[in-house]
Design a protein around this ligand. Structure first.
Ligand code: URA
Length: 290
């Protein structure tokens, strides 16, 4: 019952164009509990013999967290002796080729690959393109993208100096979709893991910034929260990973000074990691009373 009301509420928010909702630690715990109860129910149902014919002709849109397997081929090996931009172009080309195969119905068909420099010292990873990104064919274009630009500007960087990408390279679909977006499912993210791994191998940045819970969970294989994983260094395939809040979370928080400062502290750590000079003024950004 609670779950149904929650889904109804989230769907009405989505209709209004909201792509993220702010969840505190308690809310996340309640949701995890509800999800594990509903998974257990589904497992029990699956064990029971079915009494109704399966609606095999119907296309069913997977619920975001329903665990199903999407069988995509994964990228073919790309020669590491090629220049980085050529290796990335080959990877992008291979993704275009996926569209002719058994492409999951749950994703739309416009490829939004990446932006920025293949030589970027920092690689920023989000979850998936939305409406704005699909229109511009570039990751992080909407309000969250503008916020990301501001964060980079405060660091003394711009988009062309870093490499920006998403875990999932096609916008997750919803029924009768207009401008509304949805989070990629576990299976959609899993299907794209070989791609992000290859992209990381090619770019070989000095560090990765995981923006929000989806890249955190996928790269670090954990269900720990951003708040518990941010503030220290982790690792993916030998590359240091800093986890921080997604810019959308900052927007949803009403630009909370506390969230701003936490993101900024993570970015100061990133600047130190890549050997940037940090001024006293920069160190003090977003401190209370600054
Ligand atoms: N959020 C993401 O995670 N990626 C985008 O490209 C845009 C918004």
């Amino acid at each position: 019952m609670v779950m149904r009301q929650l889904v109804k509420y989230l769907e009405s928010e989505k209709e209004k164009g909201r792509s993220h909702v702010l969840l505190d630690a308690d809310a996340r715990q309640v949701l995890r509990h509800l999800a594990s109860r509903s998974n257990a129910k589904q497992r029990d149902k699956a064990k029971a013999p079915s009494t109704t014919p399966s609606p095999s002709s119907k296309k069913i849109m997977p619920a975001p967290d329903k665990v199903e397997i999407i069988d995509l081929p994964g990228p073919d090996p790309i020669s590491a002796s090629l220049p980085k931009h050529e290796q990335l172009a080959q990877l992008e080309q291979q993704l275009r080729g996926w569209l002719t195969g058994n492409f999951p119905q749950s994703l739309r068909q416009t490829l939004v690959f990446s932006s920025g420099s293949p030589d970027g010292r920092v690689m920023l990873i989000g979850e998936a393109p939305g409406h704005e990104e699909e229109k511009a064919l570039r990751p992080f274009e909407g309000p969250a993208g503008k916020k990301l630009d501001k964060i980079l500007e405060a660091m003394g960087l711009n988009r062309d100096e870093v490499y920006v990408t998403n875990l999932v390279k096609f916008r997750p679909a919803t029924p009768r979709q207009t401008t509304n977006n949805r989070k990629p499912s576990v299976a959609e993210v899993a299907a794209f893991m070989p791609v992000i791994r290859e992209e990381i191998r090619i770019v070989r940045p000095q560090c990765i910034v995981a923006l929000g819970a989806t890249p955190l969970e996928a790269l670090l294989q954990t269900d720990s929260t951003v708040s518990s994983m941010r503030g220290s260094w982790h690792e993916f395939d030998g590359i240091p990973v800093r986890v921080t809040y997604h810019p959308s979370y900052l927007l949803q928080s009403g630009e909370s000074p506390a969230v701003k400062r936490m993101i900024w502290e993570d970015m100061l750590a990133v600047m130190e990691k890549i050997g940037m000079e940090i001024s006293a003024k920069q160190r003090g950004y977003f401190l209370p009373n600054s």
